[in-house]
Design a protein around this ligand. Sequence first.
Ligand code: ADP
Ligand code: MG
Length: 241
Amino acid sequence: RPVTSETLEARGLSRAFAGVQAVADVSFDVPAGRITGLIGPNGAGKSTLVNLITGQYSADAGTAEIDGTSLTGLPRHRIIKYRVARSFQNLRLFSGLTAFENVLVAALAAGFSRKDANAIALRELDAFDLRDIAAMRAENLPYGARKRLEIARALAQDPAILLLDEPAAGMNPAETDDLADRLIRIREDRNIGILLIDHDLRFVNRLCSHIIVMNRGQKIAEGTPEEVRADPHVIEAYIGR
Ligand code: ADP
Ligand code: MG
Protein backbone atom coordinates (compact mmCIF):
# COMPACT_ATOMS: atom_id res chain seq x y z
CA ARG A 1 0.00 0.00 0.00
CA PRO A 2 1.33 3.47 -0.83
CA VAL A 3 2.23 5.51 2.21
CA THR A 4 -0.31 8.28 2.65
CA SER A 5 -0.08 11.62 4.34
CA GLU A 6 -2.90 11.98 6.76
CA THR A 7 -4.60 14.95 5.16
CA LEU A 8 -6.95 14.92 2.22
CA GLU A 9 -6.66 18.23 0.39
CA ALA A 10 -9.53 19.29 -1.87
CA ARG A 11 -8.70 22.28 -4.06
CA GLY A 12 -11.02 24.18 -6.37
CA LEU A 13 -13.40 21.30 -7.01
CA SER A 14 -16.17 22.18 -9.44
CA ARG A 15 -18.92 20.29 -11.22
CA ALA A 16 -21.98 21.39 -13.18
CA PHE A 17 -24.94 19.27 -14.32
CA ALA A 18 -26.89 20.65 -17.27
CA GLY A 19 -26.57 24.23 -16.14
CA VAL A 20 -26.76 23.57 -12.39
CA GLN A 21 -23.46 24.44 -10.69
CA ALA A 22 -23.64 21.63 -8.13
CA VAL A 23 -20.14 22.33 -6.75
CA ALA A 24 -18.37 25.63 -7.38
CA ASP A 25 -14.65 26.05 -6.62
CA VAL A 26 -14.68 24.31 -3.23
CA SER A 27 -11.45 23.83 -1.24
CA PHE A 28 -10.96 22.29 2.20
CA ASP A 29 -8.81 19.83 4.18
CA VAL A 30 -9.72 16.64 5.98
CA PRO A 31 -6.90 16.12 8.50
CA ALA A 32 -6.10 12.94 10.43
CA GLY A 33 -7.45 12.39 13.91
CA ARG A 34 -10.29 14.83 13.48
CA ILE A 35 -13.92 14.66 12.44
CA THR A 36 -14.61 17.53 10.05
CA GLY A 37 -18.27 18.38 9.57
CA LEU A 38 -19.85 19.23 6.20
CA ILE A 39 -23.30 20.76 6.50
CA GLY A 40 -25.66 22.71 4.28
CA PRO A 41 -29.28 22.71 3.08
CA ASN A 42 -30.62 20.07 0.70
CA GLY A 43 -29.11 20.47 -2.75
CA ALA A 44 -26.10 22.40 -1.42
CA GLY A 45 -23.71 20.05 -3.23
CA LYS A 46 -22.44 17.94 -0.31
CA SER A 47 -22.97 14.52 -1.89
CA THR A 48 -21.65 15.72 -5.23
CA LEU A 49 -18.48 16.90 -3.48
CA VAL A 50 -17.90 13.43 -2.02
CA ASN A 51 -18.71 11.88 -5.40
CA LEU A 52 -16.01 14.05 -6.99
CA ILE A 53 -13.43 12.99 -4.40
CA THR A 54 -14.13 9.26 -4.70
CA GLY A 55 -14.52 9.19 -8.47
CA GLN A 56 -18.24 8.53 -8.81
CA TYR A 57 -18.36 11.78 -10.80
CA SER A 58 -15.60 13.45 -12.78
CA ALA A 59 -14.65 17.00 -11.81
CA ASP A 60 -14.90 19.89 -14.27
CA ALA A 61 -12.02 21.50 -12.38
CA GLY A 62 -10.02 21.04 -9.22
CA THR A 63 -8.23 18.23 -7.44
CA ALA A 64 -8.42 16.07 -4.34
CA GLU A 65 -4.95 15.05 -3.19
CA ILE A 66 -3.59 12.70 -0.60
CA ASP A 67 0.17 12.42 -0.06
CA GLY A 68 0.72 14.62 -3.11
CA THR A 69 -1.21 12.22 -5.35
CA SER A 70 -4.27 13.50 -7.13
CA LEU A 71 -7.26 11.20 -6.75
CA THR A 72 -9.32 13.05 -9.33
CA GLY A 73 -9.50 11.01 -12.50
CA LEU A 74 -8.25 7.80 -10.88
CA PRO A 75 -10.48 4.74 -11.20
CA ARG A 76 -12.27 3.85 -7.98
CA HIS A 77 -10.27 0.68 -7.26
CA ARG A 78 -7.09 2.81 -7.29
CA ILE A 79 -8.69 5.31 -4.89
CA ILE A 80 -9.20 2.47 -2.38
CA LYS A 81 -5.43 1.83 -2.56
CA TYR A 82 -4.86 5.41 -1.50
CA ARG A 83 -6.92 4.62 1.57
CA VAL A 84 -9.89 6.87 0.99
CA ALA A 85 -13.22 5.17 1.70
CA ARG A 86 -16.80 6.39 1.85
CA SER A 87 -20.34 5.48 2.76
CA PHE A 88 -23.33 6.36 0.61
CA GLN A 89 -26.36 8.45 1.51
CA ASN A 90 -28.52 5.82 -0.15
CA LEU A 91 -27.28 2.50 1.16
CA ARG A 92 -25.34 0.29 -1.22
CA LEU A 93 -25.34 -3.01 0.58
CA PHE A 94 -25.51 -6.43 -1.08
CA SER A 95 -29.01 -7.19 0.16
CA GLY A 96 -28.81 -10.96 -0.43
CA LEU A 97 -25.48 -11.33 1.40
CA THR A 98 -25.14 -11.60 5.16
CA ALA A 99 -23.84 -8.74 7.28
CA PHE A 100 -20.56 -10.63 7.65
CA GLU A 101 -20.25 -11.23 3.91
CA ASN A 102 -20.94 -7.58 3.15
CA VAL A 103 -17.99 -6.47 5.30
CA LEU A 104 -15.78 -9.33 4.10
CA VAL A 105 -16.33 -8.39 0.44
CA ALA A 106 -15.29 -4.80 1.18
CA ALA A 107 -12.04 -5.94 2.82
CA LEU A 108 -11.30 -8.33 -0.06
CA ALA A 109 -11.94 -5.52 -2.56
CA ALA A 110 -9.36 -3.44 -0.72
CA GLY A 111 -6.79 -6.14 -1.43
CA PHE A 112 -6.61 -7.98 1.89
CA SER A 113 -5.97 -11.72 1.93
CA ARG A 114 -8.88 -13.98 2.83
CA LYS A 115 -7.42 -14.53 6.31
CA ASP A 116 -6.85 -10.82 7.01
CA ALA A 117 -10.21 -9.88 5.48
CA ASN A 118 -11.89 -12.36 7.79
CA ALA A 119 -10.26 -10.82 10.88
CA ILE A 120 -11.06 -7.29 9.68
CA ALA A 121 -14.69 -8.20 9.05
CA LEU A 122 -15.07 -9.53 12.58
CA ARG A 123 -13.36 -6.43 14.02
CA GLU A 124 -15.71 -4.08 12.18
CA LEU A 125 -18.81 -6.09 13.07
CA ASP A 126 -17.74 -5.77 16.73
CA ALA A 127 -17.06 -2.04 16.39
CA PHE A 128 -20.63 -1.52 15.16
CA ASP A 129 -22.42 -4.01 17.42
CA LEU A 130 -23.32 -6.25 14.49
CA ARG A 131 -21.64 -9.45 15.64
CA ASP A 132 -24.84 -11.05 16.94
CA ILE A 133 -26.59 -10.48 13.64
CA ALA A 134 -23.58 -11.25 11.42
CA ALA A 135 -25.35 -14.19 9.78
CA MET A 136 -28.49 -12.25 8.86
CA ARG A 137 -28.97 -11.13 5.28
CA ALA A 138 -28.59 -7.38 4.90
CA GLU A 139 -32.13 -7.04 3.54
CA ASN A 140 -33.52 -8.49 6.78
CA LEU A 141 -31.63 -6.17 9.12
CA PRO A 142 -33.38 -3.28 10.88
CA TYR A 143 -32.70 0.10 9.29
CA GLY A 144 -30.28 1.30 12.00
CA ALA A 145 -28.21 -1.86 11.65
CA ARG A 146 -28.07 -1.42 7.87
CA LYS A 147 -26.79 2.12 8.33
CA ARG A 148 -24.08 0.88 10.71
CA LEU A 149 -23.21 -1.93 8.31
CA GLU A 150 -22.62 0.60 5.54
CA ILE A 151 -20.02 2.35 7.70
CA ALA A 152 -18.46 -0.95 8.79
CA ARG A 153 -17.98 -1.80 5.10
CA ALA A 154 -16.15 1.46 4.45
CA LEU A 155 -13.89 0.94 7.49
CA ALA A 156 -13.09 -2.62 6.37
CA GLN A 157 -11.08 -1.02 3.56
CA ASP A 158 -8.70 0.32 6.23
CA PRO A 159 -9.03 3.96 5.17
CA ALA A 160 -6.82 6.83 6.30
CA ILE A 161 -9.67 9.11 5.25
CA LEU A 162 -13.33 8.18 5.68
CA LEU A 163 -16.12 10.16 4.01
CA LEU A 164 -19.56 9.60 5.57
CA ASP A 165 -22.61 10.88 3.68
CA GLU A 166 -25.46 11.33 6.18
CA PRO A 167 -24.70 8.26 8.29
CA ALA A 168 -27.32 9.21 10.90
CA ALA A 169 -30.13 10.06 8.46
CA GLY A 170 -33.33 8.29 9.46
CA MET A 171 -31.93 7.14 12.80
CA ASN A 172 -33.80 7.86 16.02
CA PRO A 173 -32.07 10.01 18.71
CA ALA A 174 -30.82 6.98 20.69
CA GLU A 175 -29.34 5.38 17.57
CA THR A 176 -27.76 8.70 16.61
CA ASP A 177 -26.12 9.09 20.03
CA ASP A 178 -24.86 5.52 19.85
CA LEU A 179 -23.37 6.15 16.40
CA ALA A 180 -21.68 9.32 17.67
CA ASP A 181 -20.04 7.32 20.50
CA ARG A 182 -18.77 4.75 18.00
CA LEU A 183 -17.35 7.38 15.63
CA ILE A 184 -15.55 9.13 18.50
CA ARG A 185 -13.99 5.82 19.52
CA ILE A 186 -12.89 5.10 15.94
CA ARG A 187 -11.32 8.53 15.56
CA GLU A 188 -9.43 8.06 18.83
CA ASP A 189 -8.34 4.44 18.27
CA ARG A 190 -7.35 4.73 14.61
CA ASN A 191 -6.41 8.38 14.16
CA ILE A 192 -8.17 8.51 10.80
CA GLY A 193 -9.56 11.68 9.27
CA ILE A 194 -13.34 11.68 8.91
CA LEU A 195 -15.53 13.98 6.82
CA LEU A 196 -19.03 13.83 8.26
CA ILE A 197 -21.99 15.07 6.24
CA ASP A 198 -25.20 15.50 8.17
CA HIS A 199 -28.30 17.62 8.59
CA ASP A 200 -28.50 17.06 12.34
CA LEU A 201 -26.60 20.01 13.80
CA ARG A 202 -26.68 18.55 17.31
CA PHE A 203 -24.96 15.41 16.01
CA VAL A 204 -22.38 17.39 14.01
CA ASN A 205 -21.70 19.81 16.87
CA ARG A 206 -21.04 16.94 19.23
CA LEU A 207 -18.50 15.28 16.92
CA CYS A 208 -16.82 18.07 15.01
CA SER A 209 -14.37 20.73 16.12
CA HIS A 210 -14.29 22.09 12.59
CA ILE A 211 -17.27 22.54 10.29
CA ILE A 212 -17.54 23.45 6.60
CA VAL A 213 -20.83 24.95 5.39
CA MET A 214 -22.06 24.77 1.78
CA ASN A 215 -24.97 26.45 0.06
CA ARG A 216 -25.87 26.37 -3.63
CA GLY A 217 -22.60 24.67 -4.57
CA GLN A 218 -20.34 27.08 -2.73
CA LYS A 219 -18.45 26.89 0.53
CA ILE A 220 -19.99 29.78 2.45
CA ALA A 221 -18.33 29.36 5.85
CA GLU A 222 -15.80 27.30 7.76
CA GLY A 223 -14.73 27.24 11.41
CA THR A 224 -15.60 26.02 14.87
CA PRO A 225 -19.26 25.18 15.63
CA GLU A 226 -19.53 28.52 17.46
CA GLU A 227 -18.06 30.43 14.52
CA VAL A 228 -20.28 28.91 11.86
CA ARG A 229 -23.41 29.21 14.01
CA ALA A 230 -22.80 32.95 14.36
CA ASP A 231 -21.95 33.46 10.67
CA PRO A 232 -24.57 35.63 8.91
CA HIS A 233 -24.14 33.66 5.63
CA VAL A 234 -24.96 30.44 7.45
CA ILE A 235 -27.96 31.91 9.22
CA GLU A 236 -29.24 33.24 5.90
CA ALA A 237 -28.71 29.90 4.12
CA TYR A 238 -30.72 28.03 6.74
CA ILE A 239 -33.41 30.59 7.40
CA GLY A 240 -33.76 31.91 3.85
CA ARG A 241 -35.52 28.69 2.76
P1 ADP B 1 -26.74 17.68 -1.18
O1 ADP B 1 -26.05 16.38 -1.01
O2 ADP B 1 -26.06 18.82 -0.50
O3 ADP B 1 -28.19 17.62 -0.79
P2 ADP B 1 -26.31 17.17 -4.01
O4 ADP B 1 -24.84 17.14 -4.15
O5 ADP B 1 -27.02 15.88 -3.99
O6 ADP B 1 -26.71 18.06 -2.74
O7 ADP B 1 -26.93 18.03 -5.20
C1 ADP B 1 -26.44 19.31 -5.56
C2 ADP B 1 -27.10 19.75 -6.84
O8 ADP B 1 -26.63 18.96 -7.93
C3 ADP B 1 -28.61 19.62 -6.82
O9 ADP B 1 -29.16 20.70 -7.55
C4 ADP B 1 -28.83 18.30 -7.56
O10 ADP B 1 -30.09 18.28 -8.17
C5 ADP B 1 -27.70 18.33 -8.58
N1 ADP B 1 -27.27 16.98 -8.96
C6 ADP B 1 -26.59 16.12 -8.17
N2 ADP B 1 -26.31 14.98 -8.83
C7 ADP B 1 -26.82 15.13 -10.07
C8 ADP B 1 -26.86 14.31 -11.27
N3 ADP B 1 -26.30 13.09 -11.28
N4 ADP B 1 -27.48 14.82 -12.34
C9 ADP B 1 -28.03 16.04 -12.35
N5 ADP B 1 -28.03 16.86 -11.28
C10 ADP B 1 -27.44 16.43 -10.16
MG1 MG C 1 -26.69 14.58 -0.17
